[in-house]
Write a protein that binds this ligand. Structure first.
Ligand SMILES: C[S@@+](CC[C@H](N)C(=O)[O-])C[C@H]1O[C@@H](n2cnc3c(N)ncnc32)[C@H](O)[C@@H]1O
Length: 254
């Protein structure tokens, strides 16, 4: 499929978790209506409660919107700089969606290649299609370095040890099938070449990713919190990064 660069072009990356934002907007509308109704009937003594609920939901939505529209990009800019890419790497992005991280990584490449796999689920990201990601790659000027594949990250269509760097942003927690998240982490390690680097950014089960990587013999496994710019509502839904290196197998350890 060939897409030519549209005039007036601007890359569009959608929002993460659109049903959550829709749900919050619904609660705000209902709470505001209830606030007006209760205040009219019972006065401000009780009327402030639904207004407080509306305010809390607005704050939650504000953090979520900031994280998805700005925070994620700011944080990943720093994380990609930390990788000190040489430009010739083969990079894989698991659950690339509309390409927010994949295309940023591709900008660090010269002769290398950035491959994104995804199932393009709209519940996880608005407007999530392979065509939208391809259009963004064209707009960002990196289409020649980017390859997109429709594939499940729990069963990657790549041979062992093909990639220098494997990335994943906010995607593995979306796997709900039993054992699926662990399979995704193991697949990430399988397709990494020895001494290749892994960087997973996610919410929820990040401590488990760290444990599974250690159990699989990954080296230099570290985890840290990424701060308020990636709070999905508040500190109770914060984002962390796990980094690891695939250890080269010593002879006789298989
Ligand atoms: C919240 S979005 C994040 C997208 C992108 N990484 C980013 O940071 O903008 C999560 C992505 O994971 C994808 N996804 C969920 N389960 C998947 C699976 N089993 N295999 C591949 N992709 C998956 C969804 O389609 C979605 O694009």
């Amino acid at each position: 499929m060939v897409v030519s660069k549209p005039r007036d072009a601007r890359a569009r990356y959608g929002v993460d978790g659109p049903p959550i934002l829709l749900g919050l907007a619904g609660v705000v509308v209902v709470a505001l209506g209830a606030g007006i109704w209760v205040t009219a009937g019972l006065g401000v003594v009780w009327g402030w409660i639904p207004f407080a609920v509306a305010g809390a939901m607005l704050l939650w939505g504000g953090f979520h919107l900031y994280a998805t529209l700005r925070g994620k990009f700011e944080v990943w800019t720093g994380l990609l700089e930390e990788l000190c890419l040489g430009g010739d790497e083969q990079i894989l992005d698991l659950g690339c969606g509309r390409g927010a991280v994949l295309l940023m990584a591709a900008r660090h490449l010269t002769t290398g290649r950035a491959v994104g796999v995804d199932l393009w689920r709209w519940v996880d990201q608005s407007g999530n299609t392979i065509e939208a990601t391809e259009r963004n790659a064209v707009v960002e000027g990196v289409r020649d370095r980017v390859e997109l594949r429709t594939a499940d990250m729990t069963d990657l269509p790549f041979p062992d040890e093909q990639f220098d760097v494997v990335l994943s942003s906010l995607a593995i927690h979306n796997i709900k099938a039993d054992g699926g998240q662990r399979r995704a982490v193991e697949e990430a390690l399988r397709v990494l070449r020895p001494d290749g680097r892994l960087m997973i950014v996610d919410i929820e089960a990040v401590g488990s990713y760290q444990r599974w990587l250690l159990e699989r013999g990954a080296g230099d496994v570290r985890r840290r919190c990424l701060g308020w710019r990636m709070w999905w509502g508040g500190p109770w839904l914060a984002t962390s990064v796990v980094t690891a290196v695939k250890r080269a197998e010593r002879p006789g350890t298989r």
